[in-house]
Design a binder for this molecule. Structure first.
Ligand SMILES: Nc1nc2c(c(=O)[nH]1)N[C@H]1C(S)=C(S)[C@@H](COP(=O)(O)OP(=O)(O)OC[C@H]3O[C@@H](n4cnc5c(=O)[nH]c(N)nc54)[C@H](O)[C@@H]3O)O[C@H]1N2
Ligand SMILES: Nc1nc2c(c(=O)[nH]1)N[C@H]1C(S)=C(S)[C@@H](COP(=O)(O)OP(=O)(O)OC[C@H]3O[C@@H](n4cnc5c(=O)[nH]c(N)nc54)[C@H](O)[C@@H]3O)O[C@H]1N2
Ligand SMILES: [Mo]
Length: 773
């Protein structure tokens, strides 16, 4: 393998290996959270921008939080509809610090490459288009037109449009996403990988099979009405903090909550609403009524076991558990599901999950007693080898009880990036359906390619193998977010050109093709003026609500352009002035883009008017709206799959990679993880005390994490991440946890989920070796 070891670059930079572990905070949010958010804002934005930003965050006339995709509540939005981590996301973007051409003159690529991710993002907002030419060790300023020209030359010199890769991260607005996919398809490829490939792709794949649409079927109001909320593989206290106030409300209404997680995450256990009086004084409320401390990857077995107990309960009192009307009228394949589920071996379920029979029965009883169940999940379910059948098994439980298409019930995959769902709706997908492509073609008089494009993992393979040589990233941090860090680095370095449209400096600007270009873009909080007229954009949240977002802050510099402008201008350079799409008109007035969206995207008729309604509008969802299922059978499908789970190999651990409380994906805000009691460092591995003892280690020992993977060739592959501090933690025996992205180098590129091809970031077989550091 050639190229720099990117992991080491990070190592070197965290000179603070010392980690102080104090007691974890067992309550999420509360006053401390508000204080932390105000401090973050003040130190990077200054008092005026802090006030201006936080006042408009998630308000009707403000901007959508660039943090997570959790929806705002309808009607009476609270004055401060934000959370600690939303405030951090805003501070990160709205910082007054800037990365200028002078900065790049001062810092060579080799200098920057030796800095940690944390340091890179602290440097501030990018202000100028920059180019790194072949053999140079500095980025130099380049004019916008010249940058577009260089990109167009590279693209148009390719033997086939399929040799270019166009990645998208989930911050991009609907308008920019729509134009971007239009540019890419006009150019002639469907190579539109996105962060969703590494995120909720498994949910989309599973739900499309089960209910005919890859999106969640509930609203915030449904959560408030539910009497049972299942939260599996999600850490809302850190990643979707505003969800906690909704859960609290549901509890006030009498809902029970089952938290299924290998870790007792603070927000799942206790919560203090900072916007309520008892958040200021008192101890907050307990969230989970039942905490299922499951073994990694054991969820499919849990759901299958619960399924069996539910069927048996129905035998004892026929018609009280199974919703026979729903099953007969709206579902298919129930008999096959029933036959298989009756055979599920409970001993296997207990072994796979690590729980006892009593708890299994309690959980089943909660499903049975519930009249309105909502199932929420996130990366703890989606990033497994058997993620797709695992999610289907959860959906099976809901279908058995008719828990879809009625108030207070349904499926709720909780999305990550604030507009990741909207980007998909707008066509950012390597395999959009024919109906979308033909609508696009007839609206614009173009011919979209029909051959499916490459997803994230396939794009890395193609770049590594020389089948693709131009990479463009619309946001994101491809070099760090993807699996197999060294292989991805090699892939990017094999390109002739890499282009990043970014707000902030990150590793992807340093792990580059022969030529590299940075195009600085406006973010969600920035004022967007086109020809003197203020523009607004639209976004879609996790619950299919589409609404306007208007940035209001002064952009970091006059050279910074909106993503819409960048795409429209680049399109003119790549496709020539005679291209049938009116790129200039689109850029001049985003309402025109919205009119095109209305004509092309299903469910978006009359888009301009509907997004101007006070809370926007909700996209249609046939299962939710009318129990219609656009599946192979025209009904909701019970899925039948062989039971899979993860036995822990002798002397090994299974490692999950997750987020700390002080990061946004690859952007590291700070080195603390308050809720897990970690201070001042990120190279930690959480291990059960029994395993620490069994391996002859001690609390605070330094170890290397060595992942073991047997690829298709049958050869054992090993990958190493050096120098982690062992932290005793409440995690099932045999299961460990460490932070992403430091551990991405351990995730083999080929280790992906069946069907969705999502990297398996939550189940990596590792061994611990005494550290050399
Ligand atoms: N502040 C902040 N907010 C964010 C993000 C961020 O980085 N920072 N990222 C955003 C993005 S893109 C996303 S996708 C979401 C991610 O939101 P989450 O999915 O909550 O993120 P992770 O940190 O990956 O946490 C995974 C959770 O699943 C649990 N888990 C792991 N494996 C299993 C398993 O096998 N079974 C079960 N039942 N549980 C398991 C872990 O213990 C952990 O609690 O958050 C979004 N919001
Ligand atoms: N091991 C492991 N790997 C994972 C995961 C995991 O749990 N474990 N999670 C996966 C998941 S769920 C996801 S979603 C991916 C995330 O993958 P990405 O979306 O690629 O990564 P981010 O870290 O969110 O990208 C941050 C960068 O986006 C840019 N940016 C921010 N806002 C804007 C904007 O408004 N416009 C533009 N143009 N740029 C902007 C900034 O330059 C910033 O540095 O990572 C995946 N990788
Ligand atoms: Mo994500």
């Amino acid at each position: 393998m050639t190229g720099r070891d990117v992991t080491r670059d990070i190592d070197a930079s965290y000179d603070e290996h010392a980690v102080v572990t104090t007691g974890a905070e067992h309550e999420a949010a509360g006053v401390k959270a508000v204080l932390v958010s105000m401090q973050r804002g003040l130190s990077s934005m200054g008092p005026l921008r802090t006030a201006a930003a936080l006042v408009r965050l998630n308000q009707r006339h403000g901007f959508d939080c660039p943090g997570c995709a959790w929806p705002e509540e309808h009607g009476g939005r609270k004055f401060a509809e934000f959370c600690e981590n939303g405030a951090k996301a805003v501070a990160e973007e709205a910082t007054k610090r800037v990365v200028t051409p002078e900065f790049f003159a001062r810092h060579s690529i080799s200098d920057l490459a030796a800095r940690p991710e944390y340091w890179l993002s602290q440097q501030g907002r990018l202000t100028h288009p920059m180019v790194l030419r072949a053999g140079d060790d500095h980025y130099r300023p380049i004019s916008w037109d010249h940058a577009y020209h260089v990109i167009a030359q590279h693209l148009n010199a390719l033997a086939s449009p399929d040799e270019a890769v166009f990645y998208t991260s989930g911050r991009t607005s609907n308008e920019a996403a729509f134009l971007y996919q239009l540019l890419v398809r006009s150019f002639g490829t469907n190579n539109l990988p996105d962060c969703s490939n590494m995120c909720h792709e498994s949910s989309g794949a599973s739900l499309s099979e089960s209910i005919g649409i890859g999106k969640g079927s509930v609203t915030v109001e449904d959560l408030a009405l539910a009497d049972l909320i299942v939260i599996a593989g999600q850490n809302p206290g850190t990643n979707h903090p505003r969800m906690l106030s909704v859960l609290e409300k549901a509890k006030e209404n009498g809902a029970k909550i089952i938290a299924i997680n290998p870790l007792p995450e603070a927000g799942l256990m206790r919560f203090k609403d900072p916007q309520k009086v008892h958040g200021v004084i008192g101890h907050g409320i307990g969230i989970a009524d039942e905490f299922v401390q499951i073994r990694l990857g054991g969820d499919m077995a849990l759901f299958a076991g619960v399924g069996r107990l539910m069927l048996e309960a129905d035998d004892r009192a026929p018609g009280t558990v199974i919703d026979r009307d729903f099953v007969a009228e709206h579902s298919a394949n129930f008999e096959a599901y029933e036959a298989q589920t009756r055979e599920v071996d409970i001993a296997t379920v207990l072994e796979a999950t690590g729980i006892d029979r009593e708890q299994l029965e309690r959980v089943a009883q909660m499903f049975i007693s519930s009249q309105r169940t909502v199932a929420c999940w996130a990366m703890g379910l989606t990033q497994h080898r058997h993620a797709v059948p695992m999610i289907s098994e959860l959906t099976n439980l809901l279908l058995m009880r008719g828990m879809i298409g009625k108030p207070g019930a349904g499926v709720c995959p909780v999305r990550g990036h604030s507009n990741v769902q909207g980007d998909r709706t707008m066509g950012i997908w390597e395999k959009m359906p024919e109906s979308f492509l033909s609508a696009l073609d007839s609206e614009f008089g173009i011919v979209s390619p029909r051959k499916h494009g490459m997803d994230t993992v396939d794009a890395i393979r193609a770049m590594r193998d020389g089948r693709a040589s131009v990479f463009m990233g619309m946001g994101g941090n491809f070099a760090m977010a993807t699996p197999d860090t060294d292989v991805t680095a090699l892939a990017l370095r094999s390109c002739s050109l890499t282009v990043q449209v970014s707000t902030k400096l990150n590793r992807s600007h340093l792990v580059t093709g022969t030529t590299a270009i940075i195009l600085p873009s406006l973010g969600r909080t920035d004022k967007d003026l086109q020809n003197g007229t203020k523009q607004q954009v639209t976004v879609e949240d996790s619950m299919s609500m589409v609404h306007l977002s208007r940035g209001s802050l002064q952009p970091p510099g006059p050279e910074v352009r909106s993503e819409v402008a960048i795409v429209a201008q680049l399109a003119r350079a790549v496709l020539g002035p005679d291209h049938p799409v009116p790129w200039e008109r689109f850029q001049a007035d985003y309402d025109r883009i919205r009119d095109a969206i209305a004509a092309v995207v299903p469910g978006c008729a009359d888009y301009n008017r509907k997004v101007r309604q006070p809370d926007g509008f909700q996209l249609p969802h046939p299962p939710r709206d009318s129990r219609e299922f656009d599946t192979s059978t025209g009904r909701a499908n019970f899925a039948v799959n062989p039971l899979e789970w993860l036995p822990v190999p002798e002397g090994r651990l299974i490692l999950q990679t997750l987020r700390s409380h002080d990061q946004y994906n690859t952007t590291i805000y700070g080195l603390d993880d308050r809720y897990r009691g970690v201070k001042g460092g990120r190279r930690v591995v959480f291990v059960n005390p029994a395993d620490i003892e069994a391996f002859g280690l001690t609390d605070g020992a330094r170890v290397d994490l060595v992942s073991e993977y047997t690829g298709e060739s049958g050869a054992l592959e090993e990958r190493r991440a050096e120098d982690f501090l062992v932290v005793p933690y409440s995690t099932p025996v045999g299961n460990a946890a460490a932070y992403y992205p430091e551990t991405n180098s351990l995730v083999p590129l080929d280790h992906t989920a069946a069907t969705s091809n999502t990297p398996v970031s939550k189940a990596i077989v590792i061994r611990l070796e005494p550290g050399r550091g």
